[in-house]
Structure formats: C-alpha cells, structure tokens
Design a binder for this molecule. Sequence first.
Ligand code: PLP
Length: 402
Amino acid sequence: MKTKDEILLEIAQKYSTPTYVYDLAVVRERAKELQTEIGQYPQTEFLYAIKANYNPHLVKEIINLGFGIDAVSQEEVKLGLACGATPDKIMFTGNNMTDDEMVNVHDLGVLLNIGSLSRLEKYGSTYPGSKVSLRFNPNIGIASHESNITGGPDSKFGISFKDVRQALALAQKYNLQIVGIHQHIGSGWLRQREPMLALDVILEIAEQIPGLEFVDVGGGFGVPYSPDQTRLELHELGEKIKNRVTEFCEKYGREIKLRFEPGRYVVAESGYLLTRVNTLKESISRKTIVGTDTGMNHLVRVAMYGSYHPIRNISHPRGFEKEYDITGNICECADFFARDRLLPEVIEGDVLSINNAGAYGFAMASNYQFRALPMEVMIEGEDVRVIRKRESFDDLLSNYNF
Ligand SMILES: Cc1ncc(COP(=O)(O)O)c(C=O)c1O
C-alpha cells in the first residue's frame, strides 16, 4: 500500500503544481465524528457551510453523508440544489441581502434566515404569511482570529438580542411564522465556554417564540492548525449541549430540532496544497527564503489572518532540519506561508505540502496578478480523481470578450 506522501508526490508529478488535494476518508471521518459526538441530542441536523469548500464533488459526498446546506449567497443555494440537496435541507443566511436574492431564493422554496429588522420588514410585506428563520446576535463572539468573530456589540451580523420584541412585532404584523432562530458567533473556536454561553442566550430568546421548529446554533468548530493547539473535546461538548437543549424542551413544552452549520471542521484537515520549490535564496539577514509556485492568491489565510498551516517537505521528509521562511510567487510582502519554520532540508524542485488547507483555501482563492487557479484533486484510498481542471490562460480571458 502506498503512503499518503507517496500518493501526494505522484499527484504533483502527474498533474504538476500548485494543486489542491482532498482526502475523502478524512471528510467522512470528521463528518461522522460531528454526527455522533455533537449530535447526541436525538433531533440534531447538520447543514454543511458550503462556503468553506464548494467543490461540487465534495459537496455531493457531504450531502450523501446526511448533511443539508448552509448557504450565504443565492449562487451557493443553487449549487446546493444542483448537488442534490432538497430545498427543505437548505437555509439561506444572506448578509445584507438584496431584494433580488430574497425573491430568487424564496422562489426556489428555500427558507430565508433574516438578520436585520429592515430585511424582515421587506420580507414580511412581500411574502405575508410565510415561514421565516431569524438570525440573532447574542452579543457573544469567539473565533481563531478577530476578523472571524461574528457575534458581539459591533458585529454586522444578526438582529440584536435586544430587539427580539421588535422582531416579533414585525412577524406578527405580516403574519409570518417564525419556524427557526439562528446564531453563529464565530469561526475556528477551540473552547466550549463561549458557545455554551451563546446557547443559553439563544434558548432564552427561543422561550419567547412559540411554535419554533428548530434552533440553529451555527458552525465555527475549530481544528488544531498549529502544534500548540488542542482538539476540541467534541464528546463532552455534545453531551453538555444535549443536556441543555433537553432541559429547554421540557420547559418549552415540546421537542425542537437542533441545527449546526459546520464548514471548516468537515473539510479543513482533508486538504493539502501541493507546491513546488523553485527558488532558494538568502536574505540580507541570512534567513533562508524558500520560493514556491503558489501564493496568497491560492491560500490567503496566512496573509489575511496570520494563520498557521503545517508544511511538510514530501520530497525529502527525512533530511536534516533547517529553518526557512516559506514564501509564494506573488508580488506582495504579505505573501508568505511560514516564517522561521523548521523543515527537513529543502532543495529546489522539492514538493511541499501545505496541510489543513481544505477549508477556506480554494474557496477564497483569486486570480490576483492574473494567475490561474490551481487544479483540485480528490483521493479515496489510492484512487485519484481530478475534480476541477487547472485554469488556463484562455479561461482567464474568457469573460472579457477579448
Ligand atoms: C452563518 C454561518 N454559518 C456557518 C459558518 C461556518 O463556519 P465554520 O466553517 O467555522 O464552521 C459560517 C462561517 O463564516 C457562517 O457565516
């Protein structure tokens, strides 16, 4: 049997670099872990936050594992439908939603999750008597990076927890049926405290709304990227959530569904960005700079959030370790993947694997500096499938009527 490194190296040799590779076994394992550990409350549903990685081949697999879709654009809604999700298994949480998005998504039979009183008024007057879900900001936020905190006093997301009464009054004015309430406090958290506090707040709001079918507590489950981070204790967290929600249902007088919207947790660790080293040089301060054939245009998390990604030299994994700055090929100072990173000795031509790149990697990639997007490949054991072709120069020109 081939090792993972051997499979990755063969992919780099056969299809060239930069290439994203996703290991389906990891996706299945992480999805299952969420379903069994976080889904301990019997009426739990998972919607995959498709924004994390929207490759249709992966999305179809995740839908087949029993996930619905959390969509934040009408295009994501349509992609979810195209990948086989039924409208009742999709929710649209559009931020600063346009009238067009509201109408188009409603016409597709997909539930809208509305995050402002202004949009609720427009929705109610356009579709009186309809079902709706409301996104609230519980005034609690947590994330791996400040920019990913989506709850709290200055957040643009959700209806303030203080405006529950106004929201209910608007719903009543237009005879809207509030079937669900929602919150998403941030992305990439590895602690239980804030999510549990936020759960308390959303359940306090739920107590004030009769007839709810579900409470959706969003996604955000973090994965350890750097060696000093510890894995979330999913079983313990799932148990606490089950107990809290069961207690709520007894008080509420009937059972409701509990929804989660994980994106990163399902796909992050399945992904590898393969890149080839083409330049080695010394900086004035005598740092060794490794130059690669990809960059922040293909994986922006390091430049944007200061994120850590594990990096491996899969061509020479057993060399003597040295310290390197690993950089991309984009003309920006922020274009690097690691500083002062210990790696087995690198020589030009080596293939590096940037790990944990399955979430918000390709999905946030761009054509900055008119560079083509990488190829995407899926592996299942030793089976290798290209799931998105490498962009060509003609692809780059194709929208310009050139
Ligand atoms: C509304 C909503 N739900 C779910 C998610 C998924 O977050 P994560 O990928 O961290 O699980 C996001 C991410 O930003 C979001 O905005």
